[in-house]
Design a binder for this molecule. Structure first.
Ligand code: ADP
Ligand code: MG
Length: 566
C-alpha cells in the first residue's frame, strides 16, 4: 500500500483515543475546563455509567458565541500563547484538544454564555461533524453534554469495564476533585440519584466526610506544611488503623491537578513503615504546590502523569511531612466523652474520638512499662457481650475486641513461621473432595503456590473438584473446605501483586476466618491467655486488616466523667 496522509476524521479519532479512554476521562476533562473557567459550582450528571450521557454544567466564565467553533477545534486553546508558556503551565488544560477529542467520539453539544453577554449560544458536533452555532438563551456559564460515547468507535466501547466499575471510577474522580477544591460546590448525579454533593464552603474535612464517611474523615490526620522552602505539601493522611487493601485511596494533586505518580506513592507508603502490615496501604489526599517551571505536565495527552525537574527533594519533603504527621499521633485510640455517655447528637458517628496529638495529656509520652508494639501490661478483668474483653492497665481501662485480637495473634504467629520457613503443616486423612466454583478454580490457578507457602496444599480431583492434602498446623481446627474457600474468596485485587504481599493477604484472610468470633464465651483463663498473647505481638493495636484491636479509656478521662476533676 502506498503511504497516504490520513483523512482528518481518522486522524482525529486516533488522537481522541489518547485523551478519551473511558467515560471517566471525559468527566475529568470537562471538570478541569470548568475549574479553569473559575467555576464556583459544578454539576455533573451521568446516565448508564456515562455511556449514555455525561453532562457537566458550570457557572464559570463562559465562551463567547464567536469562539464556540474554535473551542471544539483541535489544538485550539485560550490557555497558552507562546512556546515558553508550555514550560510554565498554570491552568489544568493547555493542549486544546479535549473538546475536539470528545466531540469526535460522541454526540456532543456545548451551550455557553459569558457572564456579560445577554444571550448564549449552542453548537452541536456529532462524531466530529460540526453543526451550526445557534443563538440561545442560557444561564451564565457552560454546559457540555456528551451522549452515546464511543458510538462510532465500537472497539473502544468493547474495552470498557462493567458499568459498575466505570461508575465507580467517575465517582472516585469527582470525589478527588471535590476534596482538592473544597471552595467549589460539586454535585454528581448518577441516573438521577445524587451520589456526591459538597457545599463549596472551603472546609476540606467536610468534603472528605462526603467522599468517605464521617468517621473516616474524623480520623484523618492533617499534614502540617513545611514552613519554608519551594515545595508546599498539605492535605490529609489516614491513621494506620484506616488502611486499605490497595493504593486507590491514596491521591496526589500537583499544582491542582490529579496525578498518578509511583514515586510519590512509594514515598508515602514508606512513611508508614512499621505502622502498616504487609499488603496494606494508607489512604490520603496529598497536595503538592510548587513553581510550575519545576514540573512538566506535558508528558501524556491524558495529563495524568507529571515529571518533576528535580524529583528527589519533592519526594523527600512529601515523605518527611507525612511521617511527621503520623508520629505526632498518639495511639491507641482513646475514648473521650465530650458529649457524655448518652449523647444523642446524630452527627456523632460514635463516642470514639481520635484525639489530635496536642490534646493528649503529656503523661502519655512517659508511658509506663510497655511491651512489644507498646501495649502496657494488662490484667484481664472480664468479658462484655461475649465479644469484648475488659482489661486493666497502668493508665486506665482497655476494651479489647476478642475477634480482632485473636486475628492479630494468629497472623503474627503465621508470619513468623513463614519468615523462618517453618510453617508446620498437618496432613489430612479424611480427604473429602470439595467442589469449587468456576471463579474459585480460576483463582486457584494463580494462587496455588501462595496457598502452598502458607501451608494449604490442594490437589486436583477431576473437573472442578479438589482435595485438601494439608492445612497449617496453626489453623488445624478450621474446616478444610472453609479454609480453601476463604483463601480463594472474591477479594478486591490490588495492582501490586508482589508475592510476599499476596501470601500475607491470604494468610490474613484465613486467620480472620480461624479467629474466635464475637459470641464466644471465654473463661477467665482463656481471657488471660488472649491478653498475654496479644501483648506479645509486634503490632498489637490493630488486626491484620487494620481495624483497632483495643480502645483505651484513661484514668484521667474516668476522673473527669465522675466529676472528680475539672
Ligand atoms: P484546553 O482546556 O486544553 O484549552 P479544551 O479542548 O478542553 O482545551 O477546551 C478548549 C477551549 O475551550 C479552552 O481553552 C477554553 O477557552 C474553552 N472552554 C472549554 N470548556 C470551557 C468551560 N467549561 N468554560 C469556559 N471555557 C471553556
Ligand atoms: Mg481542557
Amino acid at each position: 500500500m502506498p503511504i497516504r496522509v490520513l483523512p482528518e476524521e481518522i486522524a482525529s479519532a486516533i488522537a481522541a483515543g489518547e485523551v478519551v479512554e473511558r467515560p471517566a476521562s471525559v468527566v475529568r476533562e470537562l471538570l478541569e475546563n470548568a475549574l479553569d473557567a473559575g467555576a464556583r459550582r459544578i454539576e455533573i450528571r451521568i446516565e448508564e455509567a456515562g455511556q449514555a450521557l455525561i453532562e457537566v454544567a458550570d457557572d464559570g466564565a463562559g465562551i463567547a458565541s464567536a469562539e464556540l467553533v474554535l473551542a471544539v477545534a483541535r489544538y485550539a486553546t485560550s490557555k497558552l500563547e507562546t512556546r515558553e508558556d508550555l514550560f510554565e503551565i498554570r491552568s489544568l488544560g493547555f493542549r486544546g484538544e479535549a473538546l475536539a477529542s470528545i466531540a469526535a467520539v460522541s454526540r456532543f453539544e456545548i451551550v455557553s454564555r459569558p457572564t456579560d453577554d445577554a444571550k448564549g449560544a449552542s453548537l452541536k458536533v456529532e462524531g466530529g461533524r460540526l453543526g451550526r452555532v445557534a443563538g440561545r438563551g442560557a444561564p451564565a456559564g457552560t454546559v457540555v453534554t456528551v451522549r452515546d460515547l464511543f458510538f462510532n468507535t465500537p472497539a473502544r466501547r468493547k474495552f470498557l469495564k462493567s458499568p459498575a466499575t466505570e461508575r465507580t471510577r467517575i465517582t472516585e474522580l469527582v470525589g478527588r476533585y471535590a476534596a482538592a477544591y473544597p471552595g467549589v460546590a460539586f454535585r454528581l448525579l448518577s441516573d438521577d440519584r445524587v451520589v456526591l454533593e459538597t457545599s463549596g464552603n472551603g472546609d476540606r474535612r467536610e468534603v472528605l466526610a462526603a467522599v468517605f464517611d464521617l468517621s473516616t474523615a474524623r480520623g484523618l490526620i492533617e499534614l502540617v506544611p513545611p514552613t519554608e522552602g519551594p515545595v508546599r505539601v498539605s492535605g490529609f493522611v489516614g491513621p494506620p488503623s484506616l488502611s486499605r487493601s490497595n493504593r486507590r485511596d491514596l491521591t496526589f494533586f500537583v499544582n491542582g491537578r490529579w496525578v498518578l505518580d509511583p514515586g510519590l506513592s512509594a514515598a508515602v507508603v514508606q512513611a508508614y513503615q512499621g505502622l502498616l502490615m504487609v499488603g496494606r496501604f494508607p489512604l490520603g489526599l496529598v497536595m503538592i504546590q510548587l513553581d510550575p517551571t519545576e514540573v512538566d505536565v506535558n508528558v501524556h495527552p491524558s495529563k495524568a502523569e507529571v515529571r518533576f525537574r528535580n524529583s528527589d527533594p519533592v519526594v523527600a519533603i512529601v515523605q518527611r511531612t507525612v511521617r511527621a504527621a503520623l508520629l505526632s499521633q498518639g495511639s491507641p485510640p482513646d475514648v473521650a466523652f465530650a458529649g457524655g455517655w448518652g449523647s444523642t447528637d446524630p452527627h456523632r458517628g460514635s463516642s470514639i474520638e481520635w484525639p489530635a496529638a496536642d490534646e493528649s495529656p503529656p503523661i502519655r509520652h512517659l508511658a509506663p512499662s510497655t511491651l512489644g508494639g507498646g501495649v502496657p501490661l494488662l490484667r484481664a478483668v472480664g468479658q462484655v457481650g461475649a465479644a469484648y474483653l475488659v482489661a486493666e492497665g497502668p493508665d486506665g481501662l482497655y476494651l479489647i475486641d476478642q475477634h480482632a485480637a485473636h486475628e492479630r495473634i494468629l497472623f503474627e504467629r503465621f508470619r513468623s513461621a513463614m519468615e523462618s520457613a517453618a510453617i508446620q503443616t498437618q496432613a489430612l486423612l479424611d480427604l473429602e473432595p470439595i467442589e469449587l466454583t468456576r471463579a474459585e478454580v480460576q483463582r486457584l490457578e494463580t494462587l496455588a503456590p501462595s496457598l502452598k507457602r502458607i501451608g494449604i496444599e490442594v490437589e486436583p480431583f477431576g473437573g472442578s473438584s479438589v482435595r485438601v492434602r494439608s492445612l497449617p498446623a496453626l489453623l488445624i481446627e478450621l474446616d478444610p473446605a472453609t479454609a480453601v474457600r476463604t483463601a480463594l474468596g472474591d477479594f478486591e485485587e490490588d495492582e501490586s501483586g508482589l508475592q510476599a504481599e499476596v501470601d500475607a493477604r491470604l494468610a490474613a484472610r484465613v486467620c480472620k476466618r480461624a479467629a474466635i468470633r464475637a459470641g464466644q464465651i471465654l473463661s477467665l483463663a482463656e481471657q488471660e491467655a488472649l491478653v498475654r498473647d496479644l501483648e506479645a505481638c509486634a503490632a498489637p493495636r490493630t488486626c491484620p486488616h487494620g481495624r483497632p484491636t483495643m480502645i483505651h479509656i484513661s484514668v484521667d478521662s474516668l476522673e473527669r466523667q465522675f466529676g472528680r476533676r475539672g
